[in-house]
Design a protein around this ligand. Sequence first.
Ligand code: BEZ
Length: 210
Amino acid sequence: MALQLGDIAPDFEADTTEGHIKFHEWLGDSWGVLFSHPKNFTPVCTTELGATAKLKPEFEKRGVKVMGISVDPLDAHEAWSKDIEETQGAALNFPLIADPDKKVANLYGMIHPNASDTLTVRSVFVIGPDKKIKLRLDYPASTGRNFDEILRVIDSLQLTAEHQVATPVNWKHGEDVIIVPAVSDEEASKKYPEGWRAEKPYLRYVRSPR
Ligand code: BEZ
C-alpha cells in the first residue's frame, strides 16, 4: 500500500552527493523534506534544484533538512551539479541521492508505472521530527513544483503541531488562524484571553500564536 500521512517515513541507506547516509540518522531531530527528480540533465529538474539551493536559508530557519533523489548514478549527479550552478546561479548545497537501482524510489512509491516505468514522478515528502510523514505531494514530470508553497505548508505544519489551531484557505505565516473544534469556548477563553472572532460557533479566528 502507498505510504500515507502519519506513516513512519521508511529508513534507508544511500549514496549521495554528500557521502553515504543513513536517512533517519541524517534527519536526527530535524524536520525533513525528501523530493524526487525524474532524471538528470533535464530542464525542469535543473530549475527546481537551483531554486531549492537558493531557499536553503528559509529551510534552515524552520529547522528543516532537505534531500533530493534522482535515479541516476553519482558521477552523473556531480556533472549535472556544475550545470545547475552555471545556469541557476546556485550550487547544490544539500544531498542528492544517487538511486540507479531505484531502491529508494520504489520504497517511497515515487515510480508511478502508468505515468512512466523508468522515471520517478515529482514527489515531495515532508517528515516531522517523529519521523512520521506529514505531507506527500505528487506532481507530473512536466510541472515544476512551487517551493514557496512547500515552505508555506511547513509553516502551517509547525504551527499546528505546537498549538491547537488549523490554518484557513491560502493562509500565510503571520495571518490569523482557526481555533480547532476540539477546543471549547471555555478553553479558548483561557488560551486566548484577548478574545477571538467567531463568524459561526464553529468558525473562530484568532491571531497567530507565533
Ligand atoms: C524535466 O525535468 O524537464 C523533465 C523531466 C522528465 C520529463 C519531462 C521533463
